[in-house]
Design a protein. Structure first.
Length: 579
């Protein structure tokens, strides 16, 4: 790339090229008087004097959008501008569907060269109506300026006063076209430097634009045009900006040339108001609101489905219990039920498990055991087996081949939330995973300087992520030690304040479920009995405070209702029918 110290031949007047300030866009242009200007939005040093470029020329000449506004034209600039205007005329531009009356109203001229080519001359005027610059457009669609455009503002800005509606077009041709639709009696202005500098140009003219009740940004229907319209709309006071949505690659003049003036007028007049992302009009939600209310995905236990009306996309569900009470086992049963085929009483939904307290193979065996009603994750005595190798092989195949896809995160130990978010996004988009189980949530903030503050940041992000992706997120949470009463490992009652990060959990979780069990009890039946307590129900609030007992079946490894635990265990054969 050339630099400011290169010889003059490195910077030829004419086509746009790379800026010497190292901006990567091809938006830098040298003008006839020797100065240079970078049209890329955000360039730190857009104006380059002839001396700075190492070229001959007058250092006092100004750039098209130089920040200093009131620099008078030099005698050379004034003479060149006068000569160009004097040697050009108002013609109808048939190739663009523009009448001579429109071109005369806008002082849009055509200069015919000795070689027979035509050069368009868009005359720019000051607020007082005096001619200050002209933008020249050759047949090769290259642009250059004469005069001093730093004082010009938007194209046609000198026409503005105040009113109900103003159209801002992307270029001079589109500006003239929009004006002609209303017989040149309607306020229209255009961008002097295209979409790339739209935000800067509109910002400099805000005092004139805000005098209109409604400002319609009617830029081209390509990516630069759409992005520029959004950036400009943000500059205006709330409620004023509207954006005309053209089809891909379309614009004002193109529609006019196809004879679609009526549709074009409607598109401009009915342009929707700009709203920041995430804001919708209530009337646009009516059709969705009329859809029938349905129960979400079931839980393995009917009472939980009744309490919550099922599990829905966009929810965050948090399960809390003391150490060793059975959170992970409870979650494994939920995963097994979720991936099990619908015809066999499951949900048949894809799941991903991030278990940081067990290796992936242990997680797989635990979930497969829930399908089999066997505890594959504990050793089996060869002389008195509680499960066989054939049974393990069969149920592993069932879990991985016959159920919905299951993904297990291969990482043991702590990991950061940012990397987990990336994996969730990937699995949701690439693999259509709908349920994500993280056990425990503490692993995601273990390396943070302040885990409580980290949890305060994590929970709202998790809530927004679940809604964005349309997935359900489940977190297992450890509890803090109660200041009085029984410990949680001895069956002490769990409250919301016992959760680490309870403030964020209480605010952002849709459901908070606690498990209570006295694992230290000398009574085996009591030690196997778990109380399921609903601490928070955001959906209806009806189930908050409800409790129900579950009994852990030491043979099947399943959490069962007390009445179910009195029945004999199912046969543990190796076929689906036996199960």
């Amino acid at each position: 790339m050339a630099s400011a110290s290169d010889p003059p031949s490195a910077w030829e007047t004419g086509p746009k090229q790379q800026c010497p300030c190292d901006d990567p866009s091809q938006a830098f242009q040298i003008y006839e008087d020797g100065h240079g200007y970078c049209h890329a939005g955000g360039c730190p040093h857009p104006y380059w004097s002839p001396q700075k470029l190492g070229l001959e020329g007058d250092s006092s000449s100004s750039s098209p959008r130089k920040h200093t506004k009131d620099i008078p034209m030099t005698a050379a600039q004034q003479q060149e501008l006068s000569d160009k205007i004097a040697s050009s005329e108002h013609f109808a531009i048939k190739s663009r569907g523009l009448t001579q009356a429109t071109c005369r109203h806008w002082d849009y001229r055509v200069f015919k060269t000795a070689q027979g080519t035509a050069e368009h001359v868009a005359v720019y005027k000051s607020a007082q109506g005096g001619t200050v610059a002209a933008k020249l457009r050759g047949e090769d669609k290259q642009f250059r300026w004469v005069g001093n455009p730093s004082t010009a503002g938007l194209y046609g800005q000198h026409f503005l006063s105040s009113g109900k509606m103003l159209i801002v077009a992307e270029g001079e041709i589109d500006t003239l076209t929009a004006s002609q639709l209303w017989a040149n009696r309607f306020p229209v202005v255009g961008l002097p430097n295209g979409a790339s500098a739209a935000r800067k140009d509109v910002a400099s003219a805000l005092s004139a634009l805000v005098k209109y009740d409604k400002v319609v940004f009617a830029f081209d229907g390509d990516k630069p045009g759409r992005e520029a319209a959004l950036e400009c709309a943000k500059l205006l006071p709330a409620g004023k900006a509207c954006i005309a949505n053209f089809a891909d690659g379309d614009d004002i003049n193109a529609m006019h040339m196809r004879g679609e003036d009526a549709a074009l007028i409607s598109l401009l007049h009915n342009a929707p108001p700009y709203r920041p992302d995430g804001i919708v009009a209530a009337r646009s939600l009516v059709s969705q609101a009329l859809n029938p209310v349905v129960t979400g995905k079931t839980w393995p236990w009917e009472f939980l489905t009744e309490w919550t009306y099922g599990r829905r996309p966009g929810e965050v569900i948090i399960l809390g219990a003391g150490t060793g009470v059975g959170k992970s086992d409870f979650m494994s049963e939920v995963v097994a039920h979720t991936i099990r085929p619908v015809k066999e009483g499951g949900c048949e939904e894809r799941c991903a498990v991030f278990n940081y307290e067990a290796p992936p193979v242990g997680t797989l065996k635990s979930i497969s055991g829930k399908h089999a009603g066997l505890r594959f994750h504990i050793p089996s005595d060869p002389d008195n087996p509680i499960w066989t190798e054939d049974q393990l092989s069969h149920w592993l195949e069932y879990t991985t081949e016959h159920c919905a896809s299951l993904f297990i995160n291969d990482h043991y130990g702590a990991v950061d939330w940012e990397s987990v978010k990336q994996r969730i996004r990937y699995l949701a988009h690439a693999e259509d995973v709908r349920h994500f189980f993280i056990d425990p949530i503490a692993a995601l903030v273990a390396l943070a300087d302040d885990d409580r503050k980290a949890l305060d940041r994590l929970l709202p992000e998790a809530s927004m992520l679940s809604q964005e992706l349309g997935v359900t997120l489940y977190f297992n949470s450890h509890l803090t030690r109660p200041s009085d009463g029984k410990s949680h490992e001895e069956g002490g009652r769990v409250t919301l304040r016992h959760f680490r990060g309870s403030g964020a959990i209480g605010m952002w979780a849709n459901f908070v479920i606690a498990l209570e069990r006295d694992q230290q009890s000398e009574d085996e039946e009591e030690a196997a009995m778990t109380t399921v307590r609903m601490l928070k129900d955001r959906f209806t609030g009806d189930s908050t405070g409800k409790t129900r007992k579950l009994v852990f079946n030491r043979i099947t490894g399943m959490q069962e209702l007390p009445s179910d635990s009195l029945r004999p265990p199912p046969p543990s054969g190796a076929s689906d029918e036996d199960a």
